[in-house]
Design a protein around this ligand. Structure first.
Ligand code: MRU
Length: 347
């Protein structure tokens, strides 16, 4: 990296005639960017997690409408072909609602031309960045009020929710950054996040770059670490939050929430309102992406499970709202487990 800090990274950037994406599959070994000019390339990048994290794929989807418009002009698409291309982007991954929300927000501008589409996509990114900073302050203030610590805090997080996963700064990692800027982080426990290691490859990379003290631990270590009293609060992001507060996030999150409930420490979800899906009543209705079993059966491209074994690879799980102590959005904090439900407070 040059002189930019990881919090200033832009995982998703419009470059005038296409998208430039940080290739998150190459981190931390290499900070490469890939250029995207075609819808197929964008769908592939979203599916392969070149770009990932709910708000970041929302931003990529927003600019994806511009990609489709430009490709359609080059190749003489009909209106139906354009709409089908936009729909393919929208459906590239099913769980994070941000992707559909952002595509649906920008697509109606396609009829007004590229400048109108780009203006709306830029607004998506601008608003996400601001939401992240607002969440950081709300989340830090709430946690300090709740725990009244006489020392810096020990925080556990799961998956990557930082600049890489958003328009910048981060959601849960934004709260952690805010606490760190106030001198209030003793140590972050970053779950490695099997099977694709978003925690050890991406979160640890962002924390390392910003000089935030941290350790990487196996996902299986999380519950024990919490129950031994080594964690003051867990802060995670979300991919879709139902009206009753049930929260889909990276697989492994619900175990963290259960352990926090047992230990009596706060389990905090930080997510922008673009991740709240009030049309979904409960977590039961959330479509959980199932990924290729090879991600589980292999390690670094080498088969580790017996040839006869099959894999089970849900990318996300659902934490019941009753386990969510606080939901931090850019509009403030809802104490969900105490009955402040998104469906009542965020309509
Ligand atoms: O499969 P991923 O890496 O896209 O999953 C990402 C997560 O689960 C994040 O916690 C969530 O999208 C929030 S990112 C701010």
């Amino acid at each position: 990296m040059t002189d930019e800090t990881s919090q200033d990274l832009r995982a998703v950037e419009w470059t005038g005639d296409g998208l430039s994406l940080i290739d998150q599959t190459a981190l931390p070994a290499r900070l490469d960017r890939i250029a995207v000019r075609e819808v197929d390339q964008l769908v592939d990048a979203i599916v392969r997690l070149v770009v990932r994290g709910a708000p970041a794929i929302g931003a990529a989807g927003a600019y994806g409408v511009a990609i489709a418009l430009l490709q359609g002009e080059r190749e003489g698409w009909t209106r139906d072909q354009l709409l089908a291309a936009i729909a393919r982007i929208r459906e590239a991954r099913p769980t994070a609602v941000n992707l559909a929300v952002c595509v649906d927000r920008v697509a109606p501008f396609a009829g007004q031309g590229l400048a109108a589409v780009l203006a709306e996509a830029d607004a998506v990114v601008r608003e996400d960045l601001k939401a992240n900073h607002d969440m950081g302050a709300y989340g830090a203030d709430w946690l300090l009020k709740r725990t009244a610590p006489d020392r810096p805090l020990r925080i556990l997080t799961h998956c990557n929710t930082g600049a890489l996963a958003t328009a910048g700064w981060g959601t849960a990692l934004g709260v952690i950054r805010e606490l760190h800027s106030r001198g209030l982080v003793e140590l972050v426990h970053a779950d490695e996040t099997r099977p694709l290691l978003q925690g050890s490859r991406l979160t640890a990379w962002e924390l390392d770059h910003d000089g935030i003290p941290h350790v990487v631990q196996a996902d299986g270590a999380a519950a024990g670490t919490i129950l031994r009293g080594e964690i003051d609060a867990a802060i995670v992001g979300a991919d879709r939050i139902a009206a009753n507060g049930d929260t889909a996030n990276k697989v492994g999150t619900v175990g963290v929430a259960l352990a926090c409930a047992h230990a009596g420490i706060p389990f905090i979800v930080a997510a922008p309102t673009t991740t709240v899906d009030l049309a979904t009543a409960t977590g039961d209705a959330i479509h959980i992406e199932m990924r290729d079993e090879a991600e589980i059966l292999n390690w670094s491209g080498v088969r580790t499970a017996p040839a006869g074994s099959r894999g089970h690879n849900p990318a996300f799980d659902v934490t019941p709202g009753t386990l969510v102590t606080a939901l931090v959005t850019e509009r403030g904090v809802l104490e969900v487990s105490a009955g402040e439900l998104p469906g009542d407070r965020l309509r």
